[in-house]
Design a protein around this ligand. Structure first.
Ligand SMILES: Nc1ncnc2c1ncn2[C@@H]1O[C@H](COP(=O)(O)OP(=O)(O)OP(=O)(O)O)[C@@H](O)[C@H]1O
Length: 249
């Protein structure tokens, strides 16, 4: 297994995340194959890749949640890491505010209300999770992550289960929160447009490595009708193996 180092070493100090030569195998299948990656502090990186390409495997390795696979390599992440998944994973028997501050030391728990305000849920502190919509539950999950002031936010398809309109609102919210709190971000997504809307840099995972990347030098908020957007989309789709010819078949 790779060493999972909480806290930056002097050598990795300029990067929030540094991965070198990361390999992960499940039985005969090599999913990550000598992968290298660095994410700067405050940088928002999106990760695209075909289904089964190993996106979640990489995210789990960064989160220290990968007890199953075999492999080697080095993974260095900051001390404070928060993870958001596709489902909000709230405790149904705890009220919304208690979910947000769960496990926080008493002196930090007072920040929970402000965090809920930041995600637009002021006044819902005493609600139960099942009284919230899916989008609202995901807002609580974001508040729970950000109240911990993470230096690294890992997000695995956090909007994958939401309807299109809610998703657009959540994009704006996530970007605003990240601009304010400045964690390094790794967002796993299937959605090419989502990656271009949100990220400073988009990576494409293929054959176990970062096979392509695009830096998105467009101002926020980004307009998908902008010709630069279309050009980046075409380039990323090509890196994912999707071309007009593929579409026809
Ligand atoms: N714990 C595990 N045991 C066995 N195989 C696994 C395990 N975790 C992942 N895999 C395999 O590793 C490969 C990559 O899985 P992973 O979930 O990382 O892909 P992904 O790119 O996130 O896919 P998707 O976009 O469909 O979520 C898949 O073939 C999967 O079956």
């Amino acid at each position: 297994m790779a060493a999972h180092t909480g806290g930056l070493t002097a050598e990795a100090a300029v990067a929030a995340v540094r991965v070198s030569g990361l390999t992960r195998r499940f039985g005969e299948r090599t999913v990550l194959d000598g992968l290298d990656l660095a994410i700067a502090p405050g940088e928002f990186v999106a990760l695209l890749g075909q289904s089964g390409s190993g996106k979640s495997t990489l995210l789990r390795a960064l989160a220290g949640l990968d007890a199953d696979g075999e492999g080697e390599g080095q993974v260095s992440v900051p001390a404070r890491v928060s993870v958001v998944f596709q489902d909000a994973r709230l405790l149904p028997w705890q009220r919304v505010l208690d979910n947000v501050v769960l496990g926080l030391p008493g002196d930090q728990a007072g920040r929970g209300g402000a965090s809920l305000g930041e995600v637009g849920l002021a006044g819902r502190e005493r609600a139960w999770p099942n009284q919230l919509s899916g989008g609202e539950q995901q807002r609580v999950a974001l508040a729970r992550s950000l109240v911990r002031e993470p230096e690294l936010l890992l997000a695995d398809e956090p909007f994958g289960a939401l309807d299109a309109l809610t998703r657009i609102r959540m994009h704006a919210l996530l970007r605003r929160l990240c601009d304010r709190h400045r964690p390094a971000v790794l967002l796993v997504t299937h959605d090419v447009d989502e990656s271009i809307v949100l990220a400073d840099r988009v990576l494409v995972l293929s054959a176990g490595r970062i096979a392509a990347e695009a830096r998105i030098d467009m101002e926020q908020p980004r307009d998908s009708a902008d010709p630069r957007f279309a050009e980046i989309r075409t380039r990323l789709l090509a890196a994912l193996g999707v071309t007009r010819e593929t579409d026809k078949s």
